[in-house]
Design a protein around this ligand. Structure first.
Ligand code: KIV
Ligand code: NA
Length: 265
């Protein structure tokens, strides 16, 4: 299988073929969604929530992200693999940011990185791209800034924030970012941005006008019942399937129905 490239994503935008993106954090999941034909796998710092149970993404370290990313790369043949730079690793000190990005690329074998922020981190982004590392910018709702916002509510609703968002997207395109992730912003604004820039936009809670869509794998597969934002569509009910399978296994063990003779040596 031929690897998906960042260049191909731009081509997909030109051809109006939507880009499919899901998160993954481990080998098995990556293998399943890669074989199913997903275009891009994002090793999100949402691993802090989904894999560790933390309340925010702020607690995950670069070493921990490298562990998850390496596992995903090992399970991926075709999809482009993007890894999140965790909180504090791309925050206004270009040399340090570049070192962190190099470490991430070298120790994981991932294809690209993603960073949260706009004009505030323009020097970091330039430095990283100049070193040959493809960067996706993450704008709109930025979970690493939750303590600054104080809420996970929709961003870019007022004119001033919408204008700054548009300017940040144009800036990131100018700097050479290969794509922009837009989280939880009005569909109309996301569509305007997507029409204005030539690099692909990937949306989550940003309507249907973006060039691609991303969701968190546990959410898509219906593994958790608690998280139900409006933008989420569940494509399976693994929570029920896994709960029932576990209960079935427990009762078989208790009743000495497992293992049977064929399952024994
Ligand atoms: O960490 C993450 O899962 C993300 C989402 C926007 C998909 O960045
Ligand atoms: Na993230």
């Amino acid at each position: 299988k031929k690897k998906v490239t960042t260049l191909q994503l731009t081509k997909m935008k030109q051809d109006r073929e939507k880009i499919s993106v899901l998160t993954a954090y481990d080998f098995t999941m990556a293998q399943i969604i890669d074989n199913a034909g997903i275009d891009v796998i994002l090793v999100g710092d949402s691993a802090s929530n989904t894999m560790v149970g933390n309340a925010t993404t702020l607690f995950i370290t670069i070493e921990q992200m490298i562990f998850y990313a390496k596992s995903v790369v090992n399970g991926t043949k075709r999809a482009l693999v993007i890894v999140d730079m965790p909180f504090g690793t791309c925050s206004g000190d270009p040399m340090r940011s570049l070192e962190a990005a190099i470490k991430m690329m070298r120790e994981t074998g991932a294809d690209a990185i993603k960073v949260e922020g706009g004009s505030e981190i323009k020097d970091d982004v330039k430095k990283i791209i100049d070193a040959g590392i493809p960067v996706m910018a993450h704008l709109g709702l930025m979970p690493q800034s939750i303590n600054k916002y104080g809420t996970y509510a929709i961003r870019g609703k007022d004119e001033k924030e919408a204008e700054k968002l548009m300017q940040d997207c144009l800036l990131m395109e100018e700097l050479g970012a290969f794509g922009i992730l837009l989280e939880k912003i009005p569909a109309k604004l996301a569509t305007e941005i997507s029409e204005k820039i030539k690099i692909p936009t990937i949306g989550i809670g940003a309507g249907s006008g973006t060039d691609g869509q991303v969701l968190v794998i546990q959410d898509v597969m219906g593994m958790n019942k608690e998280f139900s934002p409006k933008f989420l569509r569940r494509y399976a009910d693994l929570h029920t399937i896994m709960t029932e399978a576990t209960q079935h296994y427990i009762s078989d063990v208790k009743a000495q129905k497992f293992p049977n003779e064929n399952e024994s040596y």
